[in-house]
Design a protein around this ligand. Structure first.
Ligand SMILES: [Zn+2]
Length: 332
């Protein structure tokens, strides 16, 4: 069985696990040296060394190393781009890590790591799922696409970044068009992130509550909190219907803090049928669709591995053969 180390480089913590086959055999974490590139490299290399020493019975097997980052590697330059950990931007992270570790390293966006984890042995695995769309909805909204067990990176390294598309089929309740950090207005992220839900509730109900507080209030009979969740569900249904119309995934796996809201898995699929092309909601007790239309087959499910999907997905980067664009062009 192969040994695989997966590292998830976060803004405050660097998490690492070692898998022997598919079994977790070691785990460790260190603080992220914020703002210091060289110290970040050293911390990742130190974490790999710690994990290697904790693997029982390595039997001279050298673990592969995969890394999830909050950004992506440019296929044209090999440098990090789009990272909210800004001290990584413009740095040859893959080259520098490979030099330190003395072996090839595979790097992917953290949302892509989430998607490959859930597609490989998580909530999107099995049942013949060809296409899996992984959504992380928390402080931001990101996404990753896995088709046939492989991450789709895309020509620009942004495949799956649906959070910065505009909210589709807007109606009167969406006219606030919040300003997004990316410079545009009305991005899906401004509505469907945790802070987006908090801001929406504050706009309408006049009180700032965190998403778990809104959920608790709604469950306790607070009509304004329930209305906020209903608006959220209608928006998520329309936003995901837009994804279904392009990708038509078998499974959409939800991760991040928002994924703990259980009512989403019932209400969102009930609402998205209206917006998925040539599909309709089931009617009647037998669940039949009108002639010429079919019900939406895509399933919406919570992540199986939760927060561990970042490190597991990074380890699984070595499951498949090398990805196209995994290395800078011109680099042999
Ligand atoms: Zn945006």
């Amino acid at each position: 069985m192969a040994l695989r180390i997966g590292i998830d480089l976060g803004g405050t913590k660097i998490e690492g696990i070692a898998l022997d086959g598919s079994v977790e055999v070691a785990r460790s974490r260190v603080d992220t040296p914020r703002g210091d590139y060289d110290a970040t490299l050293a911390a990742i290399a130190g974490l790999v060394s710690t994990l290697e020493h904790r693997i029982p019975n390595p039997q001279s097997r050298i673990p592969t190393v995969g890394l999830g980052i909050p950004g992506t590697i440019s296929s044209s330059t090999g440098l990090v781009k789009n990272a909210n950990s800004t001290w990584l931007i413009g740095r040859p992270l893959q080259h520098d890590l490979e030099s330190r570790l003395g072996r090839a390293v595979r790097i992917a966006n953290d949302a892509n790591c989430f998607a490959i984890s859930e597609a490989t042995d998580g909530a999107g695995a099995g049942a013949g799922a060809e296409a899996v769309f992984g959504v992380i909805a928390g402080t931001g909204v990101g996404g990753g696409i896995v088709i046939g067990g492989r991450i789709v990176n895309g020509a620009n390294g942004i495949a799956g970044e649906w959070g910065h598309n505009p909210l589709p089929w807007p109606d009167a309740e969406d006219v606030s068009w919040p300003l997004c950090y990316c410079g545009k207005r009305g991005c899906i992220e401004t509505f469907l992130s945790g802070p987006g839900m908090t801001a929406d509730h504050a706009r309408v109900a006049g009180i700032r509550l965190l998403p778990p507080e809104i959920v608790e209030a709604a469950a306790g009979g607070d009509a304004a909190a329930d209305a906020t969740l209903c608006r959220y569900e209608r928006r998520m249904a329309r936003a995901l219907a837009g994804v279904i119309n392009v990708l038509d995934p078998d499974v959409i796996v939800l991760g991040g803090g928002i994924s703990n809201i259980e009512r989403l898995y019932v209400n969102v699929p009930r609402l998205w049928s209206e917006f998925v092309f040539a599909c309709s909601a089931p009617r009647g007790p037998e669940g039949s669709a009108p002639p010429g239309q079919q019900v939406v087959e895509t399933r919406l499910v919570p992540a199986r591995h939760g927060d561990a999907s970042g490190v597991r997905g990074a380890a699984w980067l070595w499951l498949a053969a090398p990805q196209p664009h995994a290395r800078p062009r011109g680099d042999t």
